[in-house]
Design a protein around this ligand. Structure first.
Ligand code: GLA
Length: 387
């Protein structure tokens, strides 16, 4: 794939003999800590070993020419006119990144770029953060902008929030931008304190199962959950001196939940508070090589997302139920925003093929169409590829 994007850039935009550079950015899977990032809590994602490639060649004018080999769409715009346009589809992500860089006072130039990736779109594996980061890292390097990586991560989140209009937290961009081969990232989302934890899975593999459910009301439901958390927090603040739900302990929550007058809001907040504790326990379990405990916490996380946060739905629940029928599966849960998208399961290495066959069959029988399966290792974060 890397060689192909460079060749395609030459064939689409001409071979002018000028330098073409190649960048890569992965997708991510969150192992535990869901819907905690925008509550200032903990997350524990890792980077996939597949992602998005971008070949780039600078121009001497203001034109920005973007092609994705995954979509039948070429976009041409100017560095002096970066506005969101629905019909530009995926190209709004790179355009958004250019816009936030420009708003920060960086001088940009025109360029040609060809993208190709193998992260399924809209499946909750951060294909959008991957395009954002690959663009940001490429421009940072090619134009010598000297922006540090965490700042780039924040700018990419800003591009998604303000330009694309998706109100996501920081987890996806952080994971994709900061990922490291064979490590997961333990991140506290309000302070951005983080550490790398070796992902020693003691003979288990990460298998991602995609529900292949069509995208529905995902964004509006996501925003609804965010505002429910804010509401719940505002009641708790009557007694607790906290800035976000991530700062509330399970004990404090039990003591003060009577302040929240609405049962739904109590459930939403309970998920966040308990999920945050599960992340801490899971990271410790992993550090102690207790993979069974890690798996158990993944299952509890799914149950909480199903019962308290109510973001699973029959497709995700079916994938998890089918997976957990198998005694070589140690943990399984939805990952990402939910309502569709993917699950992540820990499967004993020698049974991965059985997992794929049995879970696919069980899911198809109940849901009516097949899921997709991806067996992944943990790859590096966004970077330049130098051959
Ligand atoms: C999406 C968002 C993230 C995070 C997850 C839920 O992936 O982009 O910021 O909120 O949902 O954990």
């Amino acid at each position: 794939m890397p060689a192909k994007v460079i060749e395609q850039l030459k064939s689409i935009y001409g071979d002018k003999g000028e330098e073409i550079r190649l960048f890569y950015s992965p997708g991510r899977v969150n192992l535990i800590g869901e819907h905690t990032d925008y509550n200032g809590g903990y997350v524990f994602p890792c980077t996939l070993d597949f992602g998005t490639y971008m070949a780039i060649r600078m121009r001497n004018d203001d034109r920005v020419l973007l092609t994705s080999l995954n979509f039948d769409l070429k976009v041409e715009t100017s560095i002096n006119n970066l506005v969101y346009d629905k019909k530009d589809d995926w190209a709004n992500y790179p355009k958004g990144v250019l816009k936030v860089l420009q708003d920060e006072g960086h001088q940009l130039k025109g360029f040609e770029a060809v993208f190709e990736g193998n992260i399924p779109n809209g499946a909750g594996l951060s294909s959008s953060a991957s395009i954002e980061l690959v663009t940001a890292v490429a421009l940072n390097e090619v134009l010598n902008l000297n922006i540090d990586r965490i700042k780039l991560v924040k700018l990419c989140q800003k591009a998604e929030n303000t330009f694309v209009g998706v109100n996501c937290g920081i987890m996806d961009q952080f994971a994709v931008g900061m990922g490291k081969e064979d490590y997961a990232i333990f991140l506290k989302c309000d302070t951005l304190e983080y550490s790398y934890v070796p992902l020693n899975l003691s003979g288990y593999k990460i298998v991602i199962s995609n529900t292949n459910k069509r995208r529905g009301l995902q964004d509006s439901k996501y925003n609804e959950r965010r505002s429910q958390c804010e509401k719940a927090l505002s009641y708790l603040k009557k007694e607790l001196n906290v800035d976000n739900l991530g700062q509330v302990t399970a004990e404090e929550f039990e003591k003060y939940k009577y302040l929240i007058p609405d049962d739904v809001l109590v459930k939403r907040a309970r998920h966040v508070v308990t999920e945050d504790e599960r992340v801490l326990l899971a990271v410790n379990a992993l550090k102690n090589n207790d993979i069974k405990e890690f798996g158990k916490l993944m299952i509890e996380s799914h149950n909480s997302l199903r019962d308290d946060y109510e973001v699973t739905g029959k497709e995700l629940d079916t994938l998890v139920d089918e997976a957990l029928k198998l005694d070589f599966v140690i943990g399984s849960r939805m990952t990402g925003a939910g309502f569709g998208g993917c699950t992540v399961s820990l499967v004993k290495e020698e049974y991965v093929d059985d997992f794929v066959n049995i879970v696919s069959k069980g899911y198809e029988e109940k849901i009516g169409y097949a899921p997709s399966m991806y067996v992944t290792g943990v790859g590096d974060g966004a970077k330049e590829i130098k051959e």
